[in-house]
Ligand binder design. Sequence first.
Ligand code: ATP
Length: 351
Amino acid sequence: MRGHLTVAGVTRRFGAAVVLDDLSIAVAQGEFVSLLGPSGCGKTTLLRCVAGLLQPDAGRISVAGTEITRLPAHKRNVGVVFQNYALFPHLTVAENIGFGLRAQGVGRAEAAPRVAEALALVRMTEHAAKPVTALSGGQQQRVAVARALVVRPSLLLLDEPFSALDRKLREIMQVELKHLLREVGITAIFVTHDQEEALVVSDRIAVMNAGRIEQLADPATLYSRPETLYVLDFVGQSTRLAGRVTAASAGAVEVRTALGAVRASGHFAPGSAVVVAVRPEAVTLGHGENTLEARVREISFLGSRTQLHLGLADEGDRGMVELPRLPEGVGPGSAVTLGFRAADAMVFPAS
Ligand code: ATP
């Protein structure tokens, strides 16, 4: 396994807790990879090991073919954008951006055009002389990115860089950052616990669970072909029904669920306890290759789409359908017929 960044078998413990558990990942040159997972799964710890702010107990980390596992942070040529930006409040925007260059001993004559270039890159040229304390959250965020990029790192690490921004601004900044990093062509690792954010910004997403990577894939694959129930639940929503396989042949199964029989593709022996899942937009009202009868419990209007939450008897089952618009006569308590294709039904072993 070789990449621009290669993490091989990294383990890190805090006391008795194994926070990174023999974790490996390879990130290609120019790739933007998110580490996604719930609080405490080890995302920040992995980032800190790559940055050199923490030492792994075992394993190796290399960048561009050179091992850096034991190299001090300041010798790694890795840029970091922290959650709180960590800008210097007593310095101007330009001075903040130029700080790393001065620390590297870059002279004034060379530093000035590089700071100007970084300012232009994040569209902050007109704010160069302002104190950073006079900037909005989004502007501070851009200064933090420019400050990390100006030293031309071979790797950029971002730890939840948008968590302090309101939703609207966050959505704008996500697309901007993605565009900016693509322009610069830099390899970047981005930590987030927000699955929507990961889907928006990433070339690939590493879904982490208890110090390991559960699945590493591009956003579309992760959403449409989650390999485990954990990934299914963490990325996107779904209708999921527990059931038992009643028939199996040539890669197809039939599963008995509380709502009726579901045909799906998959390799399971008859009698297996499984969970069948289907994404909300793959379900239509009316008969389909699979047809289930259910009752609407609640309706959420989300503007561009409407969600129907289904009332299900079995604890652990969940029902969610998304429609472009709410059909007339459907409301809380309505009986509905749901149709979906066998190819859209995913089957997982019951955990
Ligand atoms: P979050 O989104 O909350 O930051 P995370 O996935 O980034 O979560 P980490 O910050 O990597 O998680 O922490 C993983 C686990 O390691 C947590 O249980 C945390 O309490 C523990 N941990 C992290 N740093 C230390 C430390 N310096 N000393 C002791 N335990 C630590």
